[in-house]
Write a protein that binds this ligand. Sequence first.
Ligand code: UT7
Length: 332
Amino acid sequence: MNKITAAITAVGAYVPEDVLTNKMLEKMVETTDEWITTRTGIKERRILKDPTKGTSYLAIQAAKKILEKTNLDPKEIDLVIMATATPDMPVASTGVYVATEIGATNAFSYDLQAACSSFLYGMSTAAAYIEAGRYKKVLVIGADKMSSIIDYTDRTTCIIFGDGAGAVLMEPNNEGYGLQDEILRSDSIGRESLKIEAGGSILPPTEETVAKKLHFVRQDGKTVFKFAVSNMAEVSEEIMKRNNLTNEDVDWLVAHQANKRIIDATANRMNLHDENKVLMNIQRYGNTTSATLPLLLSDYEKNFKKGDNLIFASFGGGFTWGAAYLKWAYNS
Ligand code: UT7
């Protein structure tokens, strides 16, 4: 009997309409379009301006795209994994709300938080359930309303992040398509380098934490950059080696969109010199945290062919990072 693999069978995405350009940021903090473009590759990002809407809104729109495209009855979905670093609320799972709102009333759901690696970890979890034969239709959604945790007076973070959502449907495959291999890692050496200090169990919210702006993301960009370049590149190279893949065999690099220089460094380490193989949309969306990978899949879906070899790579706060090798399962 053929081994069951877990394949991506549909993709959906959503970004809010409001655009925050580098030129607009020039008026908000001391920065320039030139600095942002050369240091990060970002030109603009999307912002969910409606204060009554949270991450669930973005996630629901992305998930609905999949339902529309596939005509899938949402009652057939077994599990919804909601990958996010910005849940609607600290308690009362965002995933549960999203699943109910899209009509996935026979599914169970939970949130998965691993910063920028949340979606990759979520795909791994979904695949494990599917390979084991436990569940057949798993929706993995990556969504973040990063604008809700960004200090728009801090030029070292506000230029980077944006809001967005993407989703994939994963299902069993008996022809060998889907997830082939993965290397997932984490190390708390990064705990101090990228964090929101207050609002958790160590430092619950007080007037003082609000006054000191401790509920926003802060990062030591240089340190994060250094670890991101070395760790993301290392696992990407390793996953190629242990699957006997050369740069010719890799059709697409699907890398977390945090900084164009980090993506380029990873591609270089993989000997991927054909820039058409390196998926890139950071210029339009910035770093959307859990949404970067599925947003790339959605933007480039039409380019993928059945049997193409995709390497996923991510790096995020914690630190969390990893790489995955997936064989694309369909022609669009
Ligand atoms: O999703 C995973 C998590 N995040 C990441 O992966 C981000 C990783 N880090 C980075 O992408 C980069 O470190 C940044 C884009 C955050 C910063 O780029 P950098 O090349 O590492 O700049 P830097 O922090 O070394 O700063 C260089 C200079 C500094 O000025 P001095 O000290 O040389 O005078 C900064 O104060 O640039 C200054 N600077 C800015 N200047 C204009 C910092 N931010 C800005 C800005 N505009 N927005």
